[in-house]
Design a protein around this ligand. Sequence first.
Ligand code: SME
Length: 162
Amino acid sequence: MYEFRIEAGDKSELYRQLIDAADSVTEGEPDAIANMANLSALIFEALPDLNWAGFYRNVGGELVLGPFQGKAACIRIPFGKGVCGGAAASREVQLVEDVHAYPGHIACDAASRSELVVPIVHDGELIGVLDLDSPRPARFDGEDAAGCTLLIQKVTARLASR
Ligand code: SME
């Protein structure tokens, strides 16, 4: 059993603790699916105001639903479609303050109002994306983007195993 107590007064401390927990929950475990499962649970519990947190994996050039927390979601997303597909195609973080204003946004959960998607790249290969949704408009800012990017960088090799 893992017991992580992530309590922080400010966002930088929150991400520091979350990244430490992400590192320790994945340490020594080569199975990517197991690591994605634990990371989605950890992130969903630690970050306030999320209604969905999880992974889409690059399976043969298409994003396929991976481990997540939240409501059942769309299974396959082509590169270039929606926020996740945009992150996969561009390999750039997508920070969307209002998903209703994002052309092509895929509404998996009608409650979602803002979204943050971080691409996962290992040895030049796109492994997949981390997708966070919030029911609060403009829930995510640059600090969230930087914190989640750092988290992913720390564990990327452990998400790339087969
Ligand atoms: N909204 C995403 C689809 C995935 S769900 O939010 C879980 C998108 O537009 O890519």
